[in-house]
Design a protein around this ligand. Structure first.
Ligand code: HEC
Ligand code: HEC
Ligand code: HEC
Ligand code: HEC
Length: 109
């Protein structure tokens, strides 16, 4: 019996570990945001608004979404700052919903 319990535990552990290979989105992300202060992004809240995944994950196939920084860095053609501002801020401006002022997204502690 003890041995069976041991095997069951190992199988469960493997299932949990391997399912972690495909990154799931966290509920919230915190970006450093440079000297203007950190930005908190509620991924879950935005998903629940019914915005399509590809609206933000514009280069990714469904189920294979990556972090923006895979392609957008300080040195990429479209820099991380532009990518975020032209995604986040632009949508808030166009939809007239969500924060558009610097200090409403960037918080200094
Ligand atoms: C409003 C924009 C937005 C929407 C809508 C959105 N995401 Fe995201 N998602 C992001 C951002 C921003 C990140 C974090 C990126 C980073 O850290 O650079 C992220 C991260 C992720 C990650 C984590 C990737 C990793 O390797 O850690 C997954 C998976 C993901 N999103 C899947 C989805 C799916 C599936 C949907 C649709 C049901 C969706 N997202 C909708 C903006 C969005
Ligand atoms: C696989 C690479 C890749 C990933 C991942 C990626 N991008 Fe992009 N992005 C690009 C490239 C390349 C461009 C340049 C224009 C084009 O080819 O569409 C771009 C352009 C953009 C633009 C238009 C910039 C402008 O000039 O207005 C925005 C906004 C943007 N990305 C936001 C994001 C956000 C937000 C994420 C993460 C949720 C993300 N991107 C993830 C490659 C990527
Ligand atoms: C395609 C549209 C769209 C994109 C892209 C988008 N948002 Fe939003 N966001 C909204 C809308 C709509 C609301 C307002 C929801 C409400 O007031 O009910 C909102 C609300 C917010 C809020 C206030 C409520 C909360 O969740 O705390 C913050 C902060 C925010 N967004 C940050 C971001 C950041 C950071 C990004 C980029 C990583 C982003 N948003 C990208 C549409 C968008
Ligand atoms: C809708 C939310 C939002 C608004 C409004 C906004 N930002 Fe940002 N900003 C972001 C996000 C998200 C990032 C990416 C942060 C990161 O990568 O650490 C960013 C990045 C930056 C960066 C680059 C930080 C770095 O180290 O690369 C600067 C500078 C900046 N913002 C200044 C501003 C200023 C100035 C304003 C007002 C005119 C403003 N932001 C308005 C969300 C916002």
């Amino acid at each position: 019996m003890k041995r069976l319990a041991g095997i069951v535990t190992v199988v469960f552990a493997l299932v949990i570990i391997t399912s972690g290979v495909y990154a799931a989105a966290k509920d919230t992300y915190e970006f450093k945001g440079g000297t203007f202060g950190k930005v908190t992004f509620n991924h879950k809240a935005h998903q629940d608004m019914g915005i399509s995944c590809q609206k933000c994950h514009h280069k990714d196939e469904a189920g294979k979404e990556q972090v923006c920084s895979t392609c957008h860095t300080k040195d990429s053609k479209v820099k991380a700052k532009e990518a975020f501002h032209n995604s986040c801020k632009k949508c808030h401006e166009e939809g007239k919903k969500g924060p558009t002022k610097c200090g409403d997204c960037h918080k200094k502690k």
